[in-house]
Design a binder for this molecule. Structure first.
Ligand code: SAM
Ligand code: SF4
Length: 378
């Protein structure tokens, strides 16, 4: 093949030609330029104006949830999407497969709402797990779950091809758990974590959102649990995406505080984080297993926006270029309106091109998105 047609909004492969500012009134083919790149592979790079190449898609498979975590969802009053307004498995598979074939997508995380309450989820996993990149590689496929249904579904998900699992758990105290999630299910989540390890998932990561005045004193308990269950614990800073709008920077427990608490009980050292959003630490007495490591995701105090490669697809088909994006492109209408594969790629590329430098939490121009984490797909 000689010169291949490459749809990009600005060429960073050879000449940095700028195809101009996006015009929200323009057509899809107008917002993504077409460029001839001699000898390059025949796919579009999902690249933004800061040179960040996007290879990771977080897919919310449902907006519904069996928990009501106070930092994520209101206890009552959130209207569920109509079933017919949710992407079908075929539609999700089409988006993933087109982006893998034509736009360099390499990793997919299934999330929600609570992904495991979507009926027949293993079928979707099987479809996505069977896809291959143009180079013949498997996708890096993972899932984030609250863990409560894992005792029932972990084996099926593993058999379907899922290999990496993150379980969200914010407290090891039963009364606090009930307070935080409005469900008395701590024991089931702990059994769920064991079920994921027993099914063969590796690594299993347990993500805890720390909030001052609620669970900030549980750092050491979580680290002990991680070592005991052989899972990687990661502490996540509280973000202003709670449905109640109660977030305040005073509630954020910073990575410095987390490390100070950890160092009173354990010896550890930092290791290369690679492309991980988490700062990674290994215990000096560790053996390289998942439980010998923990992490801190300091999305607020030390944002990693500069190396962000993520896009998000909501359950109703909105493609967002950031958790904090205020806009989106509606892939559902492309999918159901007879759009071609090229239209899909162009829509995604156009939205990625608009991505901001960073989320700007704590700055005067920060605007909270109107949707909560459960609606965006965290
Ligand atoms: N239901 C699944 C779960 O809880 O893992 C997946 C969806 S949940 C929205 C994804 C992740 O978002 C969870 O790890 C949860 O702790 C996190 N999350 C929700 N609201 C958050 C907030 N305001 N700040 C930080 N993380 C949040
Ligand atoms: Fe549900 Fe996950 Fe949100 Fe909790 S964090 S309410 S489990 S979507």
């Amino acid at each position: 093949m000689g010169a291949v047609s490459k749809q990009v909004s600005a060429c960073r492969s050879c000449c940095w030609t700028d195809f101009g500012e996006l015009d929200s009134g323009g057509t899809l083919s107008e917002v993504t330029g077409t460029h001839e790149v001699a000898g390059s592979s025949d796919h579009t790079e999902l690249i933004d104006t800061f040179g960040r190449v996007h290879t990771d898609l977080r897919i919310s498979v449902t907006d519904r949830c069996n928990f009501r975590c106070t930092y994520c969802m209101p206890e009552e009053g959130l209207e569920w999407l109509d079933r017919s307004d949710i992407l079908s498995f075929e539609e999700i598979e089409r988006v993933v497969s087109v982006l893998v074939d034509q736009a360099g997508l390499k990793s997919v995380r299934l999330t929600g709402g609570e992904p495991t309450i979507r009926a027949r989820l293993p079928l979707l996993v099987e479809r996505i797990a069977s896809l291959r990149t143009p180079a013949g590689e498997k996708l890096d496929l993972s899932m984030t779950t609250n863990g409560a249904t894992l005792p029932l579904v972990a084996d099926d998900l593993f058999a379907a091809g899922l290999r990496r699992m993150n379980v969200s758990l914010d407290t090891l105290d039963r009364a606090r758990f009930l307070d935080l999630t409005k469900r008395d299910e701590l024991d089931r989540v702990l059994v769920g974590i064991d079920a994921a390890v027993a099914a063969g998932f590796s690594p299993v990561k347990v993500n805890a959102v720390l909030m001052r005045g609620i669970n900030h004193d549980e750092v050491v308990d979580f680290l002990r649990m991680g070592r005991e269950k052989n899972v990687t614990v990661r502490f996540i800073e509280f973000m202003p995406l709670d449905a109640q709008g109660e977030w305040s920077d005073k509630r954020v427990v910073s990575h410095a505080e987390i490390l100070a608490a950890a160092s009173e009980h354990f010896e550890f050292e930092a290791i290369d984080r690679g492309s991980s959003p988490a700062e990674r630490f290994v215990y000096t007495d560790g053996d390289g297993s998942p439980g010998s490591e923990f992490g801190v995701i300091a999305s607020v105090s030390e944002p990693f926006c500069g190396s962000c490669d993520r896009m998000r697809l909501t359950a109703d088909g909105q493609l967002r270029n950031c958790l904090f994006a205020l806009g989106h492109v509606d892939l559902m209408s492309v999918l159901r309106g007879g759009g071609s594969d090229e239209d899909l790629v162009a829509a995604v590329a156009g939205e990625v091109h608009k991505k901001w430098a960073g989320h700007a939490i704590g700055q005067v121009h920060f605007i909270r998105p109107s949707k909560s984490m459960s609606q965006l797909g965290g």
